[in-house]
Design a protein around this ligand. Sequence first.
Ligand code: AHR
Length: 491
Amino acid sequence: MDRLILETTVTQGHISKDIQGHFSEHLGRCIYGGVYVGENSDIPNVNGMRSDVVQALRDIRIPVLRWPGGCFADEYHWKDGIGPKNTRKKMVNTHWGGVTEDNSFGTHEFMELCRQLSCDAYISGNVGSGTVQEMNEWVEYLTFDGISPMADLRRANGRENGWKVKYFGVGNEPWGCGGNMTADYYTNEYRRYQTYIRQYRPGEKILKIAAGPGTADWRWTDTLMKSAGKMLDGVSLHYYTVPGTWEHKGSALSFTREDYYVTIRKALEIEELIRLNSAVMDLYDPEKRVGLIVDEWGTWFDVEEGTNPGFLYQQNAMRDAMVAALSLNIFNRHCDRVHMANIAQLVNVLQSPILTEGDRMVCTPTYYVFKLFRDHQENELLASFLDAPEMEVCGMKLPSIQHSASIAKDGTVHVTLVNPSLDEARELEIATRDRMPEQVQGEILTGKMDDHNTFDRPSDVKDQPFTGFAVAQDGLTVTLPPLSVVHLAIR
Ligand code: AHR
């Protein structure tokens, strides 16, 4: 039998709720049709935001939302998205399908969305094609309560007080779509732009995020940390799980067992990138003040047939749920350095927790993983030791069980366990050491690798109560069915 030892009195770092963050870009149907339908829509909404989507996201306690991109951020000029909607400038969304962007969802709408979601705002500023002045003025518009040109403009647009902005990103993927810069060039630009992100709100410091690498390019992180490490609060990291090549990524629903295991292997590779970047950051910031911000992660498959290739719409199956659970466990276990992560993307784009079609909405298997993980938010990571052999499948060695464990303020221990095997159940003994479990509650997400929800069958895959455990001599015994994610709350 496999064995997991939980040291319930030894903690190893704080699990920020922001590890369970999300990302929303002006891309395909993420914003328009996904979260925003406009005040005059027949789809139930509050100030234009879909009520069904807002409620679903509140239910998983969405902590933070990144906006407006992605690649879109470096072509976005925020002043085009304020003021009366009929006077807002229209633009071409060159990155994503060449469609017309009418700017009807702008700064006020995004902050209203965050208000309805009760989540924090993470704004991505434009370095690629924007000016320092533009970024400086956006921060003033967003956050300054006093008398100033931008605060007055905001008031003229109907908002008296500034908003709290928790994070501000200085550019996105500057090595690629964000301006094709070198590490040295971007680092200098970062130093200059961040100077003008003024702190106007006492007690509500804006945390500045520099754009980090999207590959194993540790030199990028090194250059940034060496020369700007004292001027930033986070360095971003982007990592997508692509089972095939970038040209032929593979289908979201039609895939083989081997494709499944390759996807799992590739998802797990994010841990190496986290280790590598953390090691570089440790050289300059051993106290781990600066966060590694995984602000884009998730699966990336070929777009669903018949949909606009620039819209990145893909279905979402149990395979995606496994990737989400493995990733969230990894982020938890590296919470001393990973201070935020944002899955790409919120609705209708890439690995979405939510899909919409007209007035219909469906929660994907990935959504239910977030539900199973939500009780880790703001807990302390527990020291734990797993003794379980690797499994050999399709010529690959993979973990047979993967986990993370945390303790909440009220003393409840939360464990999330993943069994990625398609065939084998695992018997696991959990030793809880200094405490005997008095009350245990569990939920499970399980199914076949391509199981998914559709608009006609929205509840085929969802979390269920889990009873596959028994209290044993020094803790619990648990049976994890094949292809399952389990959450246990142990009191
Ligand atoms: O999430 C889709 C795109 O992937 C983002 O716009 C970009 O930052 C990344 O390359």
